[in-house]
Design a protein around this ligand. Sequence first.
Ligand code: FAD
Length: 493
Amino acid sequence: MHTPKRKDLFMALKTSQEYLESVKKLSPKVYVGGKWVSSLLDHPITRSMVMANAAIYDLAQQEPFQNVMVATSHLTGNPINRNVNVCRSNHDLDMRQEMALLTSQTVGTCNYRCVGCDALNGLASTTWEMDRTLGTKYNERFNRWLAGIQEKDLAVSGAITDAKGDRKKRPSQQDEPDVYIHITEKRSDGIVVRGAKVSQSGAIGAHETLVLPGGALKEGEEDFAVAFAVPNGSPGLTYICQYNAYSAEREMAQDESELGNPVFGQRETSTMVFDNVFIPWDRVFLCGETKYCGKLITRFAKTHRMNCGGACKVGFADLVIGATVMAAECSGVEKIPHIQDKLIEMVRLSETSHACAIAAAAKGREEPQGSGVFMPDDLFGNVAKLNIAHGFWEIMKLAGDIGGGLLVTMPRIKDLDHPEVGPLLKKLFQSAAPAGKRFKVAKFLQHWTAGLHGPGTWHGAGAPQSQRVMISYLTDFESKKKMAKKLMRMEED
Ligand SMILES: Cc1cc2nc3c(=O)[nH]c(=O)nc-3n(C[C@H](O)[C@H](O)[C@H](O)COP(=O)(O)OP(=O)(O)OC[C@H]3O[C@@H](n4cnc5c(N)ncnc54)[C@H](O)[C@@H]3O)c2cc1C
Protein backbone atom coordinates (compact mmCIF):
# COMPACT_ATOMS: atom_id res chain seq x y z
CA MET A 1 0.00 0.00 0.00
CA HIS A 2 1.19 3.51 -0.77
CA THR A 3 2.05 5.14 2.55
CA PRO A 4 1.55 8.87 2.17
CA LYS A 5 4.31 11.16 3.48
CA ARG A 6 3.38 13.36 6.42
CA LYS A 7 4.00 16.60 4.48
CA ASP A 8 1.64 15.50 1.69
CA LEU A 9 -1.00 14.60 4.20
CA PHE A 10 -1.24 18.04 5.69
CA MET A 11 -1.75 19.48 2.22
CA ALA A 12 -4.42 16.96 1.20
CA LEU A 13 -6.43 16.60 4.39
CA LYS A 14 -8.56 19.19 6.14
CA THR A 15 -7.63 20.00 9.72
CA SER A 16 -10.38 20.28 12.32
CA GLN A 17 -9.82 24.04 12.34
CA GLU A 18 -10.26 24.25 8.58
CA TYR A 19 -13.45 22.21 8.89
CA LEU A 20 -14.77 24.54 11.61
CA GLU A 21 -13.95 27.56 9.44
CA SER A 22 -15.79 25.96 6.52
CA VAL A 23 -18.85 25.34 8.74
CA LYS A 24 -18.99 29.07 9.50
CA LYS A 25 -19.55 29.65 5.79
CA LEU A 26 -22.49 27.21 5.61
CA SER A 27 -25.96 28.72 5.90
CA PRO A 28 -28.44 25.85 6.10
CA LYS A 29 -32.04 26.56 7.12
CA VAL A 30 -32.01 24.67 10.44
CA TYR A 31 -34.82 24.44 13.00
CA VAL A 32 -34.18 23.11 16.54
CA GLY A 33 -36.96 22.70 19.11
CA GLY A 34 -38.96 25.78 18.26
CA LYS A 35 -36.20 28.05 16.98
CA TRP A 36 -34.35 28.76 13.77
CA VAL A 37 -30.59 28.44 14.23
CA SER A 38 -28.46 31.09 12.59
CA SER A 39 -25.03 29.68 13.47
CA LEU A 40 -24.31 25.96 13.83
CA LEU A 41 -21.35 26.65 16.09
CA ASP A 42 -23.25 28.89 18.50
CA HIS A 43 -26.16 26.60 19.32
CA PRO A 44 -25.32 23.97 21.98
CA ILE A 45 -27.03 21.12 20.12
CA THR A 46 -25.83 21.76 16.57
CA ARG A 47 -22.38 22.57 17.96
CA SER A 48 -22.04 19.09 19.51
CA MET A 49 -22.61 17.55 16.07
CA VAL A 50 -20.07 19.84 14.42
CA MET A 51 -17.48 19.20 17.14
CA ALA A 52 -17.78 15.44 16.59
CA ASN A 53 -17.05 15.91 12.88
CA ALA A 54 -14.11 18.17 13.77
CA ALA A 55 -12.65 15.54 16.13
CA ILE A 56 -12.83 12.98 13.34
CA TYR A 57 -11.06 15.32 10.92
CA ASP A 58 -8.37 15.57 13.61
CA LEU A 59 -7.86 11.81 13.75
CA ALA A 60 -6.60 11.81 10.16
CA GLN A 61 -3.90 14.30 11.18
CA GLN A 62 -2.53 12.08 13.92
CA GLU A 63 0.26 9.69 12.98
CA PRO A 64 -0.92 6.67 15.04
CA PHE A 65 -4.32 6.70 13.33
CA GLN A 66 -3.30 7.43 9.75
CA ASN A 67 -3.24 3.78 8.67
CA VAL A 68 -6.91 3.66 9.50
CA MET A 69 -8.00 7.20 8.63
CA VAL A 70 -6.03 7.86 5.45
CA ALA A 71 -6.45 6.02 2.13
CA THR A 72 -5.17 6.52 -1.40
CA SER A 73 -7.59 7.85 -4.00
CA HIS A 74 -8.08 5.46 -6.93
CA LEU A 75 -8.97 8.53 -8.99
CA THR A 76 -5.93 10.72 -8.34
CA GLY A 77 -3.44 8.58 -6.39
CA ASN A 78 -3.42 11.24 -3.67
CA PRO A 79 -3.82 10.61 0.06
CA ILE A 80 -7.42 11.18 1.07
CA ASN A 81 -9.58 10.88 4.15
CA ARG A 82 -10.96 7.34 4.32
CA ASN A 83 -14.44 8.80 4.78
CA VAL A 84 -14.45 9.65 1.06
CA ASN A 85 -12.64 6.55 -0.18
CA VAL A 86 -13.98 3.81 -2.45
CA CYS A 87 -12.86 0.38 -1.15
CA ARG A 88 -10.63 -1.33 -3.74
CA SER A 89 -9.38 -4.33 -1.73
CA ASN A 90 -10.06 -6.47 1.31
CA HIS A 91 -7.52 -4.35 3.17
CA ASP A 92 -9.56 -1.23 2.35
CA LEU A 93 -12.71 -2.93 3.67
CA ASP A 94 -10.90 -3.92 6.84
CA MET A 95 -9.59 -0.40 7.41
CA ARG A 96 -13.08 0.97 6.72
CA GLN A 97 -14.59 -1.09 9.51
CA GLU A 98 -11.64 -0.24 11.79
CA MET A 99 -12.38 3.44 11.10
CA ALA A 100 -15.95 2.91 12.34
CA LEU A 101 -14.59 1.36 15.53
CA LEU A 102 -12.01 4.09 16.11
CA THR A 103 -14.35 7.01 15.46
CA SER A 104 -17.00 5.64 17.84
CA GLN A 105 -14.41 5.10 20.55
CA THR A 106 -13.20 8.68 20.01
CA VAL A 107 -16.47 10.63 20.02
CA GLY A 108 -19.07 8.27 21.53
CA THR A 109 -21.51 9.41 18.89
CA CYS A 110 -21.79 9.17 15.10
CA ASN A 111 -18.98 9.55 12.66
CA TYR A 112 -21.33 11.79 10.73
CA ARG A 113 -19.54 11.01 7.46
CA CYS A 114 -20.19 7.26 7.82
CA VAL A 115 -23.49 6.88 5.92
CA GLY A 116 -22.17 9.11 3.13
CA CYS A 117 -19.06 6.96 2.84
CA ASP A 118 -21.09 3.77 2.45
CA ALA A 119 -23.49 5.51 0.05
CA LEU A 120 -20.64 6.57 -2.22
CA ASN A 121 -19.30 3.00 -2.26
CA GLY A 122 -22.73 1.74 -3.32
CA LEU A 123 -22.83 4.38 -6.05
CA ALA A 124 -19.28 3.65 -7.27
CA SER A 125 -20.23 0.03 -7.86
CA THR A 126 -23.74 0.56 -9.26
CA THR A 127 -22.99 3.50 -11.57
CA TRP A 128 -20.11 1.45 -13.05
CA GLU A 129 -22.55 -1.39 -13.76
CA MET A 130 -25.17 0.94 -15.23
CA ASP A 131 -22.65 2.53 -17.60
CA ARG A 132 -21.42 -0.90 -18.72
CA THR A 133 -24.92 -2.33 -19.25
CA LEU A 134 -26.96 0.71 -20.29
CA GLY A 135 -24.27 2.87 -21.89
CA THR A 136 -25.02 5.74 -19.51
CA LYS A 137 -22.36 8.20 -18.25
CA TYR A 138 -23.25 8.09 -14.57
CA ASN A 139 -19.94 6.61 -13.40
CA GLU A 140 -17.88 9.27 -15.21
CA ARG A 141 -20.09 11.95 -13.67
CA PHE A 142 -19.89 10.37 -10.23
CA ASN A 143 -16.10 10.07 -10.39
CA ARG A 144 -15.77 13.74 -11.36
CA TRP A 145 -17.93 14.73 -8.40
CA LEU A 146 -16.03 12.39 -6.06
CA ALA A 147 -12.60 13.64 -7.15
CA GLY A 148 -13.71 17.17 -6.18
CA ILE A 149 -14.99 15.95 -2.80
CA GLN A 150 -11.75 14.07 -2.13
CA GLU A 151 -9.55 16.98 -3.14
CA LYS A 152 -11.34 19.38 -0.77
CA ASP A 153 -11.84 16.68 1.89
CA LEU A 154 -15.51 17.57 2.23
CA ALA A 155 -17.92 16.00 4.73
CA VAL A 156 -20.66 14.02 2.96
CA SER A 157 -23.71 12.65 4.79
CA GLY A 158 -25.95 9.92 3.38
CA ALA A 159 -29.72 10.19 2.94
CA ILE A 160 -31.52 6.90 2.36
CA THR A 161 -34.51 6.74 4.73
CA ASP A 162 -37.70 8.27 3.30
CA ALA A 163 -40.60 9.23 5.56
CA LYS A 164 -42.40 6.30 3.83
CA GLY A 165 -45.98 7.06 4.93
CA ASP A 166 -48.26 4.01 5.07
CA ARG A 167 -45.90 1.03 4.86
CA LYS A 168 -48.62 -1.10 3.17
CA LYS A 169 -48.53 1.15 0.11
CA ARG A 170 -45.95 1.56 -2.64
CA PRO A 171 -44.40 5.04 -3.08
CA SER A 172 -46.74 5.95 -5.95
CA GLN A 173 -49.83 4.82 -3.99
CA GLN A 174 -49.26 7.13 -1.00
CA ASP A 175 -51.89 9.81 -0.35
CA GLU A 176 -49.04 12.27 0.23
CA PRO A 177 -46.39 11.90 -2.50
CA ASP A 178 -43.80 13.88 -0.49
CA VAL A 179 -43.28 10.99 1.93
CA TYR A 180 -40.79 9.71 -0.69
CA ILE A 181 -38.20 11.79 -2.52
CA HIS A 182 -39.35 12.07 -6.13
CA ILE A 183 -38.60 13.94 -9.32
CA THR A 184 -41.16 16.63 -10.16
CA GLU A 185 -39.49 18.08 -13.24
CA LYS A 186 -36.74 17.17 -15.72
CA ARG A 187 -35.10 20.15 -17.39
CA SER A 188 -32.30 20.57 -19.88
CA ASP A 189 -29.98 21.68 -17.06
CA GLY A 190 -31.08 19.28 -14.31
CA ILE A 191 -33.94 17.88 -12.26
CA VAL A 192 -36.24 19.23 -9.54
CA VAL A 193 -36.95 17.02 -6.51
CA ARG A 194 -39.48 17.07 -3.65
CA GLY A 195 -40.05 15.00 -0.55
CA ALA A 196 -38.24 14.25 2.69
CA LYS A 197 -35.50 12.09 4.14
CA VAL A 198 -35.78 11.40 7.87
CA SER A 199 -33.28 10.55 10.64
CA GLN A 200 -30.41 12.23 8.79
CA SER A 201 -27.25 11.91 10.89
CA GLY A 202 -25.16 15.06 10.82
CA ALA A 203 -26.62 16.41 7.56
CA ILE A 204 -26.72 19.92 9.05
CA GLY A 205 -22.91 20.03 9.37
CA ALA A 206 -22.05 18.15 6.17
CA HIS A 207 -20.87 20.06 3.11
CA GLU A 208 -22.95 17.79 0.90
CA THR A 209 -25.52 15.01 1.22
CA LEU A 210 -25.70 11.99 -1.07
CA VAL A 211 -29.35 11.05 -1.61
CA LEU A 212 -30.21 7.47 -2.61
CA PRO A 213 -33.58 5.78 -3.16
CA GLY A 214 -34.78 4.15 0.08
CA GLY A 215 -35.45 0.71 -1.40
CA ALA A 216 -35.96 -1.47 -4.47
CA LEU A 217 -38.38 -0.02 -7.00
CA LYS A 218 -40.54 -1.43 -9.78
CA GLU A 219 -41.39 -0.41 -13.30
CA GLY A 220 -43.80 2.53 -13.13
CA GLU A 221 -41.97 4.02 -10.14
CA GLU A 222 -39.37 5.89 -12.22
CA ASP A 223 -40.04 9.25 -10.52
CA PHE A 224 -38.81 7.78 -7.21
CA ALA A 225 -35.69 6.22 -8.76
CA VAL A 226 -33.20 9.00 -8.19
CA ALA A 227 -29.73 9.39 -6.67
CA PHE A 228 -27.92 12.71 -6.42
CA ALA A 229 -25.59 14.94 -4.41
CA VAL A 230 -26.99 18.10 -2.86
CA PRO A 231 -24.87 20.85 -1.29
CA ASN A 232 -25.68 21.93 2.26
CA GLY A 233 -28.26 24.71 2.40
CA SER A 234 -29.37 24.49 -1.26
CA PRO A 235 -32.44 26.67 -1.95
CA GLY A 236 -35.62 24.80 -0.95
CA LEU A 237 -33.85 22.58 1.60
CA THR A 238 -34.88 22.69 5.30
CA TYR A 239 -33.42 20.68 8.19
CA ILE A 240 -35.75 20.04 11.15
CA CYS A 241 -33.61 18.64 13.96
CA GLN A 242 -34.61 15.89 16.38
CA TYR A 243 -35.60 17.17 19.82
CA ASN A 244 -35.92 15.16 23.03
CA ALA A 245 -35.20 15.23 26.78
CA TYR A 246 -31.45 15.10 26.10
CA SER A 247 -31.72 18.08 23.76
CA ALA A 248 -33.54 20.05 26.47
CA GLU A 249 -30.93 19.04 29.03
CA ARG A 250 -28.09 20.27 26.78
CA GLU A 251 -29.89 23.56 26.13
CA MET A 252 -30.42 24.12 29.86
CA ALA A 253 -27.00 22.98 31.08
CA GLN A 254 -24.82 25.68 32.66
CA ASP A 255 -21.81 24.06 31.09
CA GLU A 256 -21.13 20.88 29.15
CA SER A 257 -19.25 19.16 31.98
CA GLU A 258 -22.47 18.10 33.67
CA LEU A 259 -23.71 16.18 30.60
CA GLY A 260 -23.32 12.45 29.84
CA ASN A 261 -21.21 12.96 26.72
CA PRO A 262 -20.04 16.55 27.39
CA VAL A 263 -18.61 17.73 24.06
CA PHE A 264 -20.05 15.41 21.40
CA GLY A 265 -23.49 14.67 22.86
CA GLN A 266 -26.05 12.29 21.46
CA ARG A 267 -26.47 11.18 17.85
CA GLU A 268 -27.93 14.26 16.18
CA THR A 269 -30.24 13.76 13.22
CA SER A 270 -32.69 15.91 11.28
CA THR A 271 -35.55 15.56 8.84
CA MET A 272 -34.42 16.99 5.51
CA VAL A 273 -37.32 18.55 3.64
CA PHE A 274 -36.86 19.04 -0.12
CA ASP A 275 -39.23 21.68 -1.44
CA ASN A 276 -38.62 21.68 -5.19
CA VAL A 277 -34.84 21.57 -4.92
CA PHE A 278 -32.97 21.96 -8.21
CA ILE A 279 -30.17 19.43 -8.88
CA PRO A 280 -27.95 20.06 -11.93
CA TRP A 281 -27.26 17.02 -14.13
CA ASP A 282 -23.62 16.76 -13.11
CA ARG A 283 -24.83 15.84 -9.60
CA VAL A 284 -27.40 13.24 -10.71
CA PHE A 285 -26.14 9.63 -10.53
CA LEU A 286 -29.32 7.65 -11.23
CA CYS A 287 -32.50 8.94 -12.78
CA GLY A 288 -35.39 6.64 -13.58
CA GLU A 289 -33.47 3.32 -13.75
CA THR A 290 -35.74 1.42 -11.34
CA LYS A 291 -33.99 -1.90 -12.03
CA TYR A 292 -30.79 -0.68 -10.39
CA CYS A 293 -32.32 0.74 -7.18
CA GLY A 294 -32.44 -2.67 -5.47
CA LYS A 295 -28.78 -3.32 -6.30
CA LEU A 296 -27.75 0.12 -5.13
CA ILE A 297 -29.55 -0.15 -1.81
CA THR A 298 -28.37 -3.73 -1.17
CA ARG A 299 -24.75 -2.71 -1.78
CA PHE A 300 -25.10 0.30 0.47
CA ALA A 301 -26.87 -1.76 3.15
CA LYS A 302 -24.36 -4.59 3.44
CA THR A 303 -21.48 -2.10 3.60
CA HIS A 304 -23.26 -0.02 6.21
CA ARG A 305 -24.24 -3.09 8.23
CA MET A 306 -20.60 -4.20 8.43
CA ASN A 307 -19.52 -0.74 9.61
CA CYS A 308 -22.45 0.62 11.56
CA GLY A 309 -23.36 -2.76 13.06
CA GLY A 310 -20.17 -4.72 13.47
CA ALA A 311 -17.75 -1.91 14.30
CA CYS A 312 -19.33 1.44 15.22
CA LYS A 313 -21.53 -0.04 17.95
CA VAL A 314 -18.61 -2.12 19.19
CA GLY A 315 -16.76 1.17 19.75
CA PHE A 316 -19.78 2.37 21.77
CA ALA A 317 -19.77 -0.93 23.68
CA ASP A 318 -16.07 -0.41 24.55
CA LEU A 319 -17.00 2.93 26.14
CA VAL A 320 -19.90 1.38 28.06
CA ILE A 321 -17.72 -1.51 29.25
CA GLY A 322 -14.95 0.88 30.35
CA ALA A 323 -17.39 3.01 32.33
CA THR A 324 -19.03 -0.08 33.84
CA VAL A 325 -15.68 -1.29 35.17
CA MET A 326 -15.21 2.18 36.69
CA ALA A 327 -18.69 2.03 38.26
CA ALA A 328 -17.83 -1.35 39.81
CA GLU A 329 -14.56 0.07 41.14
CA CYS A 330 -16.36 3.12 42.55
CA SER A 331 -18.73 0.96 44.54
CA GLY A 332 -16.05 -1.59 45.48
CA VAL A 333 -17.54 -4.65 43.76
CA GLU A 334 -15.07 -5.04 40.90
CA LYS A 335 -13.56 -8.33 42.14
CA ILE A 336 -16.82 -10.08 42.99
CA PRO A 337 -17.30 -13.16 40.74
CA HIS A 338 -20.79 -12.36 39.34
CA ILE A 339 -19.62 -8.84 38.43
CA GLN A 340 -16.58 -10.23 36.63
CA ASP A 341 -18.80 -12.73 34.79
CA LYS A 342 -21.09 -9.93 33.64
CA LEU A 343 -18.16 -7.83 32.40
CA ILE A 344 -16.85 -10.81 30.44
CA GLU A 345 -20.31 -11.37 28.97
CA MET A 346 -20.31 -7.74 27.77
CA VAL A 347 -16.97 -8.29 26.05
CA ARG A 348 -18.17 -11.56 24.49
CA LEU A 349 -21.23 -9.85 23.02
CA SER A 350 -19.34 -6.92 21.54
CA GLU A 351 -16.28 -8.77 20.26
CA THR A 352 -18.47 -11.39 18.54
CA SER A 353 -20.05 -8.59 16.53
CA HIS A 354 -16.67 -7.11 15.70
CA ALA A 355 -15.50 -10.55 14.54
CA CYS A 356 -18.41 -10.58 12.07
CA ALA A 357 -17.31 -7.19 10.67
CA ILE A 358 -13.72 -8.41 10.29
CA ALA A 359 -15.02 -11.56 8.58
CA ALA A 360 -17.26 -9.48 6.27
CA ALA A 361 -14.19 -7.46 5.22
CA ALA A 362 -11.91 -10.50 4.84
CA LYS A 363 -14.45 -12.40 2.76
CA GLY A 364 -15.51 -9.36 0.75
CA ARG A 365 -15.04 -9.34 -3.01
CA GLU A 366 -15.08 -7.16 -6.09
CA GLU A 367 -18.67 -6.36 -7.09
CA PRO A 368 -19.48 -6.35 -9.92
CA GLN A 369 -16.42 -8.04 -11.35
CA GLY A 370 -14.32 -5.56 -13.31
CA SER A 371 -15.59 -2.53 -11.38
CA GLY A 372 -12.62 -2.50 -9.01
CA VAL A 373 -15.04 -1.79 -6.13
CA PHE A 374 -14.89 -4.13 -3.14
CA MET A 375 -18.01 -4.95 -1.13
CA PRO A 376 -18.19 -6.84 2.19
CA ASP A 377 -19.49 -10.39 2.38
CA ASP A 378 -23.31 -10.21 2.36
CA LEU A 379 -23.99 -12.75 5.08
CA PHE A 380 -21.38 -11.59 7.60
CA GLY A 381 -22.32 -7.92 7.06
CA ASN A 382 -25.95 -8.65 7.87
CA VAL A 383 -25.11 -10.97 10.78
CA ALA A 384 -22.80 -8.30 12.25
CA LYS A 385 -25.67 -5.81 12.42
CA LEU A 386 -28.29 -8.27 13.67
CA ASN A 387 -25.91 -9.55 16.36
CA ILE A 388 -25.18 -6.11 17.78
CA ALA A 389 -28.83 -5.03 17.59
CA HIS A 390 -29.55 -7.72 20.20
CA GLY A 391 -26.14 -7.64 21.92
CA PHE A 392 -26.19 -3.91 22.59
CA TRP A 393 -29.44 -4.07 24.61
CA GLU A 394 -27.89 -6.92 26.61
CA ILE A 395 -24.71 -4.90 27.19
CA MET A 396 -26.76 -1.95 28.40
CA LYS A 397 -28.78 -4.21 30.69
CA LEU A 398 -25.55 -5.47 32.28
CA ALA A 399 -24.16 -1.93 32.60
CA GLY A 400 -27.40 -0.91 34.32
CA ASP A 401 -27.14 -3.91 36.61
CA ILE A 402 -23.58 -3.12 37.71
CA GLY A 403 -24.07 0.66 37.81
CA GLY A 404 -27.04 0.36 40.18
CA GLY A 405 -30.11 2.54 40.53
CA LEU A 406 -27.88 5.59 40.87
CA LEU A 407 -27.68 5.69 37.07
CA VAL A 408 -31.22 7.04 37.00
CA THR A 409 -31.74 8.36 40.53
CA MET A 410 -28.60 10.47 40.88
CA PRO A 411 -28.88 14.20 41.65
CA ARG A 412 -27.46 16.74 39.24
CA ILE A 413 -23.63 16.74 39.11
CA LYS A 414 -23.70 20.49 39.79
CA ASP A 415 -25.55 19.82 43.10
CA LEU A 416 -22.20 18.74 44.51
CA ASP A 417 -21.11 22.41 44.37
CA HIS A 418 -24.26 23.71 46.08
CA PRO A 419 -23.43 25.39 49.42
CA GLU A 420 -26.16 23.55 51.35
CA VAL A 421 -26.78 20.17 49.69
CA GLY A 422 -23.28 19.77 48.21
CA PRO A 423 -21.54 18.77 51.48
CA LEU A 424 -24.40 16.38 52.29
CA LEU A 425 -24.18 14.67 48.90
CA LYS A 426 -20.41 14.39 49.10
CA LYS A 427 -20.71 12.72 52.49
CA LEU A 428 -23.52 10.35 51.54
CA PHE A 429 -22.33 9.30 48.10
CA GLN A 430 -18.68 8.72 48.88
CA SER A 431 -17.85 5.06 48.43
CA ALA A 432 -14.64 3.42 47.25
CA ALA A 433 -14.35 6.67 45.27
CA PRO A 434 -15.35 10.29 45.98
CA ALA A 435 -18.94 11.26 45.14
CA GLY A 436 -17.78 13.49 42.25
CA LYS A 437 -16.16 10.60 40.37
CA ARG A 438 -19.11 8.33 41.10
CA PHE A 439 -21.60 10.87 39.74
CA LYS A 440 -19.52 11.50 36.63
CA VAL A 441 -19.37 7.77 35.79
CA ALA A 442 -23.07 7.29 36.58
CA LYS A 443 -24.01 10.23 34.33
CA PHE A 444 -21.99 8.78 31.46
CA LEU A 445 -23.73 5.41 31.87
CA GLN A 446 -27.11 7.13 32.16
CA HIS A 447 -26.49 8.71 28.77
CA TRP A 448 -26.12 5.21 27.26
CA THR A 449 -28.46 2.98 29.24
CA ALA A 450 -31.34 5.39 29.78
CA GLY A 451 -30.78 7.48 26.66
CA LEU A 452 -31.40 7.13 22.96
CA HIS A 453 -28.81 4.53 22.04
CA GLY A 454 -31.01 1.42 22.42
CA PRO A 455 -33.53 2.22 19.66
CA GLY A 456 -30.74 4.03 17.78
CA THR A 457 -28.65 0.86 17.58
CA TRP A 458 -31.68 -1.28 16.82
CA HIS A 459 -32.80 0.79 13.81
CA GLY A 460 -29.58 2.37 12.50
CA ALA A 461 -28.52 0.53 9.27
CA GLY A 462 -32.03 -0.92 9.01
CA ALA A 463 -34.53 -2.50 11.39
CA PRO A 464 -33.48 -6.08 12.30
CA GLN A 465 -36.31 -7.61 10.27
CA SER A 466 -34.50 -6.47 7.09
CA GLN A 467 -31.37 -8.36 8.17
CA ARG A 468 -33.47 -11.47 8.94
CA VAL A 469 -34.97 -11.31 5.46
CA MET A 470 -31.46 -11.00 3.94
CA ILE A 471 -30.05 -13.83 6.08
CA SER A 472 -32.92 -16.11 5.09
CA TYR A 473 -32.31 -15.25 1.41
CA LEU A 474 -28.52 -15.75 1.68
CA THR A 475 -28.51 -18.99 3.66
CA ASP A 476 -28.51 -22.29 1.81
CA PHE A 477 -30.60 -24.35 4.23
CA GLU A 478 -30.81 -27.26 1.75
CA SER A 479 -27.04 -27.74 1.76
CA LYS A 480 -27.06 -27.77 5.57
CA LYS A 481 -29.79 -30.44 5.54
CA LYS A 482 -27.72 -32.43 3.11
CA MET A 483 -24.65 -32.38 5.41
CA ALA A 484 -26.73 -33.53 8.37
CA LYS A 485 -28.41 -36.30 6.33
CA LYS A 486 -25.04 -37.57 5.20
CA LEU A 487 -23.83 -38.05 8.77
CA MET A 488 -27.13 -39.64 9.77
CA ARG A 489 -26.65 -42.06 6.89
CA MET A 490 -30.12 -41.02 5.72
CA GLU A 491 -31.08 -41.75 2.14
CA GLU A 492 -31.90 -38.74 -0.07
CA ASP A 493 -35.73 -38.24 -0.36
C1 FAD B 1 -29.80 7.21 15.39
C2 FAD B 1 -30.19 6.96 13.97
C3 FAD B 1 -29.43 7.49 12.93
C4 FAD B 1 -29.82 7.30 11.61
N1 FAD B 1 -29.08 7.87 10.61
C5 FAD B 1 -29.51 7.77 9.33
C6 FAD B 1 -28.83 8.44 8.28
O1 FAD B 1 -27.82 9.12 8.50
N2 FAD B 1 -29.32 8.33 7.02
C7 FAD B 1 -30.44 7.61 6.74
O2 FAD B 1 -30.84 7.56 5.59
N3 FAD B 1 -31.12 6.97 7.71
C8 FAD B 1 -30.69 7.03 8.99
N4 FAD B 1 -31.37 6.38 9.99
C9 FAD B 1 -32.60 5.70 9.65
C10 FAD B 1 -32.56 4.19 9.78
O3 FAD B 1 -31.91 3.63 8.67
C11 FAD B 1 -34.02 3.72 9.93
O4 FAD B 1 -34.44 4.09 11.23
C12 FAD B 1 -34.23 2.24 9.71
O5 FAD B 1 -33.96 1.88 8.38
C13 FAD B 1 -35.67 1.82 10.04
O6 FAD B 1 -36.57 2.60 9.29
P1 FAD B 1 -37.69 3.44 10.05
O7 FAD B 1 -37.05 4.21 11.14
O8 FAD B 1 -38.44 4.21 9.03
O9 FAD B 1 -38.58 2.35 10.73
P2 FAD B 1 -39.94 1.75 10.23
O10 FAD B 1 -39.86 1.48 8.78
O11 FAD B 1 -41.05 2.62 10.70
O12 FAD B 1 -39.95 0.37 10.99
C14 FAD B 1 -40.68 0.15 12.20
C15 FAD B 1 -41.10 -1.32 12.25
O13 FAD B 1 -41.94 -1.63 11.15
C16 FAD B 1 -41.42 -2.72 10.40
N5 FAD B 1 -41.71 -2.47 8.98
C17 FAD B 1 -41.62 -1.30 8.31
N6 FAD B 1 -41.98 -1.45 7.03
C18 FAD B 1 -42.31 -2.74 6.87
C19 FAD B 1 -42.74 -3.52 5.78
N7 FAD B 1 -42.94 -2.98 4.58
N8 FAD B 1 -42.96 -4.84 5.97
C20 FAD B 1 -42.74 -5.39 7.19
N9 FAD B 1 -42.34 -4.70 8.26
C21 FAD B 1 -42.13 -3.40 8.12
C22 FAD B 1 -39.93 -2.73 10.69
O14 FAD B 1 -39.34 -4.01 10.51
C23 FAD B 1 -39.91 -2.31 12.15
O15 FAD B 1 -40.18 -3.43 12.96
C24 FAD B 1 -30.97 6.54 11.32
C25 FAD B 1 -31.73 5.98 12.36
C26 FAD B 1 -31.35 6.18 13.67
C27 FAD B 1 -32.20 5.57 14.75
